[in-house]
Design a protein around this ligand. Structure first.
Ligand SMILES: [Zn+2]
Length: 497
C-alpha cells in the first residue's frame, strides 16, 4: 500500500496544474430509436419498446434515423464544428448484458462533427473550451440488480435487464484537453456543462435532464508539476448533476495531488463519483481503443450529409444562449456584474418571460433576485420549482403598479401564490388584501392615531412634517398593513395643518 500525503485543495493547486476534459452523452429526443422504429418514451414497462433490430436478433438490419443525424449536425454547428462530408458508423465490440448485440453501433475514426469550440464565462471572463468531436451512437439497455442491499451487482441474487433504452440515439460530445485553468478547473468544468446543456436545450433536440440521465457526464482529470508534461488522467464516470461535476473535479485533484506528492503514480482508470461523500473510488482499468476491435459497420451505408443540407441547418440555428444573454443584458440595461448575478441565479429565462408577460425588466429582476431568490434559498429549491410562474410575477407587479396592493402586501400575496391559492388577483380577493385608499375608511384610523400620539401631533402642527412617519406607521399597524401609505400621510398632514 503506497502512502498518501494529505493536501488541502489550495495546496494541491499550488503545487500541481490540472488538465481537465469532459465527455458528455446526450440522449436525443427523437420519437423513434437510432436504427429502428421503436418508440423512445421514458418510463414505459420494461422490454415493451423493443424489436428484432434493437434486440440484435439474427438477420435484423439497422436503418439510420434521419432526425437523429440532423440533430447531431445541429449540435455540431452550434459548437462551431466542421461537419464531415462523408463518414461511416463503426462497430464497437464489447460483451455486456445490457448490449443485446454484443456490439454498439458508434462512430470511431470518422465522427460526424469535429474541431469546434464552446465559449463559457467565468466571472465575466471568457474561457474557450475546444471541442474535439461530436459523434452519434446508440444507447445501451439498463441492468437492474435485485436482492442486494446496495442495488449493485455485488450481493444481488438476480439481475434483470430492460432493453427499452437500447438503441436510443445518443450523441457524445468530447472536449479537447483543457489546460491552464488552475484552481478554477472545477468551476470551468461546471460552467462548460451548464453552457452545453443550455445550448442543447435551445436547439430543442433533447430535454437534457441530468437527473433522468438524458445528459450524462464523464470527467477526465490529470495533474502535472508546473512546466512538466501532462500527467496520467483518470475518468470519473456518470456524474449526475452540475454540482457533482464541480465536486468530482475538485476531489480528484485533491486525491491525485496526495498520491503524487507522496511519490506515487496515477493509474489510468475509470472512477466512480459518490454523491454522499463527494469523493471518487476506483472502478475498472480503462480499456483502450484496441480492446474494442472497432471496424466499419457493414450493415449501414456511409453518412454523406450534403453541403446544401448543412448550410440550411446552419442558417436555421436559433439564437444561442451566450448571444441571447448579451442581447438581453443590453435590453435590460444591466451592468456586467448585475447580469452575472442574474445568470448565477439561473434567472435569465424567468426574467425574460416575466418581461414578456408585461413587467419592466427592473421589477422582474427585483422579484426573482430578491423575494423569490430568498424563498428558494430558504427551502433549498430552484427558482423555477417554487410554483410561481413569470406570468404570476408580472401580474403581481401589475397590482402594485395599479396601487391595488403595496410592496408589503405583495409579499403576502406571493406567499398565497406559492401555497397554491391561485393567481395573485385570486389571492388578493380571497384573503382580502387590497389596500384601503378610500379616505372615509382611513379617516377614523388617522384620527385614532392622532389622539393616541398627542406629542407627535403637536410636532407636526409646528411644521415638523418628518414626524408624520410615526403616525403613518401607527395607521398601517391599525389597518393590518392594508392602508395606502401615501393617502394616509396626506390625510395626517391635512388634519394637522
Ligand atoms: Zn427496435
Amino acid at each position: 500500500m503506497s502512502t498518501v500525503t494529505h493536501l488541502s485543495y489550495e495546496e494541491a493547486v499550488a503545487r500541481f496544474e490540472p488538465v481537465i476534459g469532459l465527455e458528455t452523452h446526450v440522449e436525443l429526443g427523437t420519437n423513434t430509436k437510432m436504427f429502428c422504429g421503436c418508440p423512445t418514451a421514458f418510463g414505459a414497462e420494461p422490454n415493451t419498446q423493443v424489436c428484432p433490430v434493437c434486440l440484435g436478433l439474427p438477420g435484423a438490419l439497422p436503418v439510420a434515423n434521419r432526425a437523429a443525424i440532423e440533430a447531431t449536425i445541429r449540435i455540431g454547428l452550434a459548437l462551431n464544428c466542421s461537419i464531415a462530408p462523408w463518414g461511416r458508423f463503426a462497430r464497437k465490440n464489447y460483451f455486456y448484458p445490457d448490449m443485446p448485440k454484443n456490439f454498439q453501433i458508434s462512430q470511431y475514426d470518422e465522427p460526424l462533427c469535429v474541431d469546434g469550440y464552446l465559449d463559457v464565462e467565468i466571472d465575466g471572463e471568457l474561457v474557450r473550451i475546444g471541442i474535439e468531436r461530436v459523434h452519434l451512437e446508440e444507447d445501451t439497455g439498463k441492468s437492474l440488480h435485485v436482492g442486494g442491499a446496495t442495488g449493485r451487482i455485488h450481493g444481488a441474487t438476480e439481475s434483470l435487464v430492460d432493453y427499452n433504452r437500447a438503441g436510443i440515439p445518443l450523441v457524445e460530445i468530447v472536449t479537447k484537453p483543457v489546460p491552464g485553468t488552475g484552481a478554477r478547473a472545477p468551476e470551468v468544468a461546471r460552467a462548460y456543462v451548464t453552457e452545453l446543456r443550455d445550448v442543447i436545450r435551445t436547439l430543442g433536440v433533447s430535454d437534457v435532464r441530468m437527473e433522468q440521465g438524458s445528459l450524462r457526464c464523464d470527467v477526465n482529470t490529470s495533474l502535472n508539476r508546473p512546466g512538466a508534461e501532462w500527467g496520467t488522467r483518470t475518468e470519473t464516470k456518470n456524474v449526475n448533476s452540475l454540482r457533482s461535476v464541480e465536486r468530482a473535479v475538485r476531489s480528484e485533484i485533491i486525491r491525485q495531488a496526495g498520491v503524487l506528492e507522496a511519490g506515487g503514480t496515477i493509474i489510468q482508470e475509470t472512477r466512480h463519483f459518490h454523491e454522499e461523500t463527494g469523493d471518487t473510488t476506483s472502478g475498472r482499468s480503462k480499456e483502450t481503443a484496441t480492446d474494442y476491435r472497432y471496424f466499419p459497420e457493414p450493415d449501414l451505408v456511409p453518412l454523406a450529409p450534403s453541403a446544401d443540407w448543412v448550410a440550411e441547418l446552419k442558417a436555421a440555428l436559433p439564437e444561442l444562449p451566450r448571444v441571447r444573454r448579451a442581447r438581453l443584458q443590453t435590453e435590460w440595461g444591466l451592468s456586467d456584474l448585475d447580469m452575472q448575478s442574474v445568470v448565477n441565479a439561473g434567472a435569465v429565462e424567468l426574467i425574460s418571460a416575466t418581461v414578456e408577460a408585461g413587467a419592466s425588466a427592473a421589477t422582474a429582476r427585483k422579484w426573482w433576485l430578491g423575494e423569490l431568490a430568498r424563498r428558494a434559498n430558504e427551502t433549498d429549491s430552484e427558482l423555477d420549482a417554487l410554483g410561481v410562474t413569470p406570468a404570476a410575477v408580472a401580474e403581481l407587479q401589475g397590482l402594485v403598479d395599479a396601487g391595488k396592493i403595496n410592496d408589503k402586501l405583495a409579499r403576502v400575496v406571493l406567499e398565497g401564490v406559492i401555497a397554491g391559492e391561485g393567481t395573485p388577483s385570486e389571492v388578493v380577493a380571497a384573503r382580502g388584501l387590497e389596500v384601503v385608499s378610500d379616505e372615509g375608511a382611513l379617516t377614523a384610523a388617522v384620527d385614532d392615531a392622532i389622539a393616541a400620539n398627542p406629542d407627535i401631533a403637536t410636532k407636526i402642527r409646528e411644521g415638523k412634517v418628518a414626524a408624520a412617519g410615526a403616525l403613518v406607521g401607527a395607521v398601517m399597524k391599525a389597518t393590518g398593513g392594508k392602508a395606502d401609505a401615501k393617502t394616509v400621510r396626506e390625510l395626517i398632514i391635512a388634519r394637522l395643518s
